[in-house]
Structure formats: structure tokens, C-alpha cells
Design a protein around this ligand. Structure first.
Ligand SMILES: Cc1cc2nc3c(=O)[nH]c(=O)nc-3n(C[C@H](O)[C@H](O)[C@H](O)COP(=O)(O)OP(=O)(O)OC[C@H]3O[C@@H](n4cnc5c(N)ncnc54)[C@H](O)[C@@H]3O)c2cc1C
Length: 550
């Protein structure tokens, strides 16, 4: 058990990303004694860490920003439709400064353990700087993509050049010109990096295990005039996001796939291919997600686009996924990605044919040959959704560890509560409405809901709130059932808990990580729960929650 010393707060929020920033704003507004504990040296989470070239939104910038403050909406000018990391980080810092939130945040503090004290109904936190902190309620803003994973390759420490995961891209400027660079991984991040650096490096070798479907982002600048029009339209933009399943501005084409003649289907796809953002994925026919034949026809359309853009037919075929259809996992959006392979200085190595054997002092060795390089970039993704939870020693009632409880995948009530772990709430946890959607829209929903819950608890003087086992079982079953309707259940992706770089998350172990019912349905459900006196949650204690930071 974490020792009984240190400061006490009514609420501790872990994580100063998009979720933690908004959560602390709402708590401060309520006058709650709350603090944010953040492992990094600055705020911003995803946008603080991922500084690799090409890191940018795939959400339209103006649908990604917070919607809670009209003043903020009116004063911020998004410069691009899909804004890049430096601007996104500037935005989040601007928000924190505008609302004076930084003084409620503690940086360079990693929460190593969180143990629930059943006698006192409080959480005891062990921080890596040696302190212990306590709180009545623990709010998890840990991030679902905040723990990078490296490949399990021999000899990684022996490499004499520079190597890093994209999440740890150096903060100082890195000159890649004249450098021989290797990149491992062609997921969402790899695709962004490759498109951006192909014409800036001496030589680039791309090590690809499995190709991903990808389509043009079609990014562009936002002029003053266009931004003014966006500002005038914000109410409608957010209303559209609220009614679409993905929380984006793209609404599905509600016509039946088979009722529309083939030429019209292709005409729609031609238009969507030129449309910015996720339109190609989310404004498509709904059958793409559920009907194998429809999905195969559309996947072939995209495959042809790749064949048109990549000059060498053999390379083009290697870039076309054969093991899954388009859109059954979050679609990486690209800029100049396929054209990169037409360049003389870019080489594709298919490591499904010639596997990587090890890292050497001078580069990488496949089963076929050695590749000598100056820099190795690991674009090898994240221990997604539950990784940040697994990294903390979280213990609930009877000392049960969350790691053990979730070893076969998360189980939650609404993605917000975990039975056996009272007073721990997740505004955007595993199985909540966030992960499969435009995150910040889901985050605002989750934070607002959790804030109302905390208000309710405070008004009633409760000291303990916990989901029932029955409510958790029912929700987790529901999340599971949703996958049954979707083609994504067969994809090897973080939506199904697959990651070959994480022990126990290898092939064949399906985990119901995310809620697939869509944002509107999720919002209706959590609002109904709140309206029914938080059905499925038991509250206890009537003593006023009085606490002060010592
Ligand atoms: C490269 C990239 C691009 C993305 N683009 C989009 C996009 O366009 N649209 C979209 O909707 N989503 C996108 N996402 C998803 C993105 O993660 C979310 O949009 C959003 O930033 C999540 O915010 P968050 O606050 O939940 O988590 P994060 O931003 O991940 O923040 C979590 C914070 O918690 C901290 N933390 C974790 N564990 C601990 C601990 N034990 N102790 C202390 N602190 C801890 C971390 O250091 C981190 O700062 C992208 C993700 C990546 C990686």
C-alpha cells in the first residue's frame, strides 16, 4: 500500500493532454481542490510528444479544437485545414494560458502507483519524485495512444548511429539531408513521416511488414476570409459532429450501396478521393464497414488509385494490403506518400518476405542482407488504449490489480467506471465514446459528464462511487456485440487489441477495446444513465467531502 503521507486533493487528474486540460478547467470552475499530474515536461500530451515531420491532424482543425468557449473559438485562427504539431501544441498552450490552468498542473511527475484505501475511501498515489499524494477521486486522462512501443529486435542498443521512436523525435532541429535513414513501420505515423521526409533525406529505406490502406489528406491553408466563415458556422459544424457516428463533419452516404449503379458509385468515390480529410472513409456507403463484397469492391477502387500513383508495378502491389479491406481500421491519411516510392532515393523493403533479423552496429539486417544507415526511425506505434493503464500499479478493492483484471482486455461500465475500483473515473477511457471518433468531441462529452457526476457526488456528500458488476458486464457485452457487426473485428489493429510488439497482445487474442456504436448513441446512453440517477452506479457515505491541499 502506498504510504500515508503527502498532499491531499479532492480530485487528481492524471495527464495534461486534450482531456486533462479540459478536465482541470471544469474542476477549477467548480472551485474544486484539484491538480493535474503530468509525466512530461509540458502540457499537450500527444501534441507535446509527437514532433516528427508530418505529424498533423487527420481531423479538420476546426473540429478538433475545444468547443466550450465562444471567445476561444472567435480568437483562434487555424492556419491549415489539417494543422501540424507545432501549431497544435501552440493552441493547447494558448488554452492553458488563457484560462490560467498551468498553475494547477505539476510536470515531470509520473504516477507509478495508485492504490485505493478502502477504510478512508481515497486513492493513494506514488509519484516518481518520491512524493505520495492522496485524493478522493482519481480522473484518468492518460491517453489511449501515449505509450510508444518498439519492435522486439535483437541488437537495438548496439546501433552506433541515432535511433528513436517517432514519439521521441528530437525536440531540436534534426538535419536529415545527406543522411541514410531507415524507417520501420508503415502505419499512420510512418505514412506521415515518409511523405514528409522523402525529398529531404539522402536515402530512405522503408521497412514494411504489412501495408496499410491510405488516401490523400488533401490539406490546404485557411485564409482569413475562410476562417471568418468557419467561425460564423461553428454552431452548425459542432452540431454536425454531434450527429455523425464518427464525430466528424463527414456524414455517411445513406443510399444503399447496391441500389446505386456502379458508375454512380465510382463517381462518388472519385469525388471523395479529392475531398479533404476522412470523407473517403466516413462519407462513403455504410456497407463498406459491414458488407464484405461492398468493402472488396471499394478496396479494389483504392488499389487502382495506388497502382496509378506508383510507377513500379511491383512496388505498387507491395503497397496494397491483401489481408484486410479499406476502412476496417482507422485510415492513415497521406500527403505525397505513394509518390515517395517513385523517387530514386527511396527503397521499399518488404519484411514479410525478408524479415528483419537484428539491428547491427551500422544498421539493420534482414534475412537477405545488411542495410547500413545513419539514423533508424521506429514508427512502430503504441501500446494502444490500455497501455498507459498497464504501466501504473493500480490496485482497487481487496488489492486487486487492474492489470490482472484487464489481462484479457478491458471491462468497464460506459468506458467510465471499473467495478472494484471505486472513485476512479475515465472521461475517455477504453470502451468509451472517444477512441473510434474525433477524439476531442468525445473528450468534451466525457469530461462534461464526469464533471456533472462529481457535482452530483459533492451535492449529496457522497464519499464513494462505484459501478456494479452487473452494469459492467452488461456494457462490456454490449461493446463486444457491436464488433460482431463490423468487419473491423478481423483486422489486426489497435481497435481489436493487436500489437505484436506487446507481450500478450499478439495475433489471435481479440480484445474489445473501443465502443463502435457511434457518438450519438453513446451520448444518448450516458445521458440516460445520468438522468436515471446514475443507474448502474452505487454511491455511499454522506459526509461532506472536505479537503485541502496541505
Ligand atoms: C500522431 C497522432 C496524431 C493524432 N491525430 C489525431 C487527430 O487528428 N484526430 C483525433 O481525433 N485524434 C488524433 N490522435 C489521437 C490523440 O491521442 C487524441 O486526439 C488526443 O490528443 C488525446 O488526448 P488525451 O488527453 O486523451 O491523451 P494524450 O494526449 O495522450 O495525453 C495523455 C497524457 O497523460 C500523460 N500520462 C500518461 N500516463 C501517465 C502517468 N502514469 N503519470 C503521469 N502522466 C501520465 C502522458 O504523458 C500524456 O501527456 C492522434 C494521435 C497521435 C499519436
Amino acid at each position: 500500500m502506498v504510504a500515508k503521507t503527502g498532499s491531499h486533493y479532492e480530485v487528481i487528474v492524471i495527464g495534461a493532454g486534450v482531456a486533462g486540460i479540459y478536465q482541470i478547467k471544469r474542476l477549477v470552475d467548480l472551485g474544486m481542490n484539484a491538480t493535474v499530474i503530468e509525466a512530461a515536461s509540458g502540457l499537450g500530451g500527444t501534441w507535446y510528444s509527437n514532433r516528427y515531420p508530418g505529424a498533423r491532424f487527420d481531423s479538420e482543425s476546426y473540429t478538433y479544437g475545444y468547443s466550450f468557449s465562444k471567445e476561444l473559438l472567435d480568437e483562434w485562427h487555424w492556419k491549415e485545414h489539417f494543422s501540424a504539431q507545432p501549431e497544435n501544441l501552440r493552441y493547447l498552450n494558448h488554452v492553458a494560458d488563457k484560462f490560467d490552468l498551468r498553475r494547477h498542473m505539476q510536470f515531470n511527475c509520473r504516477v507509478e502507483a495508485a492504490h485505493f484505501d478502502e477504510a478512508e475511501n481515497i486513492w493513494r498515489l506514488q509519484i516518481n519524485d518520491g512524493r505520495t499524494l492522496t485524493c478522493r477521486f482519481l480522473v484518468m486522462g492518460l491517453g489511449l495512444l501515449s505509450i510508444p512501443t518498439l519492435p522486439r529486435l535483437e541488437g537495438m542498443e548496439s546501433f552506433k548511429g541515432r535511433s528513436f521512436h517517432t514519439f521521441h523525435w528530437p525536440h531540436e532541429k534534426l538535419d536529415l539531408s545527406d543522411k541514410k535513414v531507415a524507417i520501420i513501420g508503415t502505419g499512420a505515423t510512418g505514412i506521415q513521416v515518409i511523405g514528409e521526409i522523402a525529398d529531404k533525406v539522402g536515402h530512405l529505406t522503408v521497412f514494411q511488414r504489412r501495408p496499410n490502406w491510405s488516401a490523400p489528406l488533401n490539406n490546404g491553408p485557411i485564409s482569413e476570409k475562410e476562417m471568418a466563415a468557419i467561425r460564423a458556422d461553428y454552431d452548425e459544424i459542432f452540431a454536425t459532429c454531434a450527429r455523425t457516428p464518427g464525430g466528424f463533419v463527414h456524414e455517411p452516404d445513406r443510399r444503399g450501396f447496391y441500389e446505386v449503379p456502379r458508375e454512380e458509385r465510382v463517381a462518388l468515390w472519385d469525388r471523395l478521393y479529392r475531398t479533404p480529410g476522412f470523407a473517403i472513409w466516413l462519407a462513403n456507403f455504410r456497407e463498406i464497414f459491414m458488407d464484405e463484397k461492398a468493402n472488396a469492391e471499394f478496396s479494389e477502387y483504392i488499389a487502382d488509385r495506388i497502382r496509378q500513383r506508383v510507377k513500379d508495378p511491383k512496388v505498387a502491389e507491395k503497397l496494397i494490403p491483401k489481408d484486410h479491406g479499406f476502412g476496417v481500421q482507422r485510415v492513415p491519411m497521406e500527403t505525397n506518400y505513394f509518390e515517395a516510392y517513385n523517387r530514386d532515393n527511396v527503397e521499399l523493403v518488404d519484411i514479410s518476405e525478408t524479415p528483419l533479423v537484428r539491428v547491427t552496429e551500422t544498421g539493420l539486417r534482414t534475412s537477405e542482407r545488411d542495410y547500413d544507415v545513419d539514423i533508424i526511425i521506429y514508427a512502430t506505434g503504441f501500446d494502444a488504449i490500455t497501455g498507459a493503464y498497464d504501466r501504473i500499479d493500480i490496485r482497487g478493492i481487496g488489492g486487486q490489480t487492474l492489470r490482472e483484471k484487464w489481462k484479457d482486455g478491458p471491462s468497464t461500465y460506459l468506458g467510465i467506471f471499473i467495478h472494484g475500483f471505486p472513485n476512479l473515473i475515465m472521461p475517455n477511457g477504453p470502451q468509451s465514446g472517444s477512441a473510434s471518433t474525433n477524439y476531442p468531441r468525445g473528450i468534451e462529452t466525457g469530461v462534461d459528464w464526469c464533471t456533472a457526476l462529481l457535482k452530483h457526488i459533492r451535492a449529496n456528500g457522497y464519499v464513494r462511487a462505484e459501478a456494479t458488476q452487473e452494469a459492467e458486464d452488461q456494457w462490456t457485452r454490449h461493446v463486444n456485440d457491436m464488433y460482431a457487426m463490423m468487419l473491423m473485428r478481423r483486422a489486426k489493429s489497435w481497435f481489436t487489441g493487436y500489437n505484436s510488439n506487446v507481450a500478450g497482445h499478439e495475433e489471435g487474442r481479440f480484445r474489445p477495446m473501443i465502443y463502435n456504436g457511434g457518438a450519438p448513441k453513446y451520448v444518448r446512453r450516458i445521458n440516460r444513465v445520468a438522468g436515471n440517477d446514475y443507474e448502474g452506479v452505487t454511491f455511499s457515505g454522506a459526509a461532506p467531502v472536505a479537503s485541502a491541499a496541505s
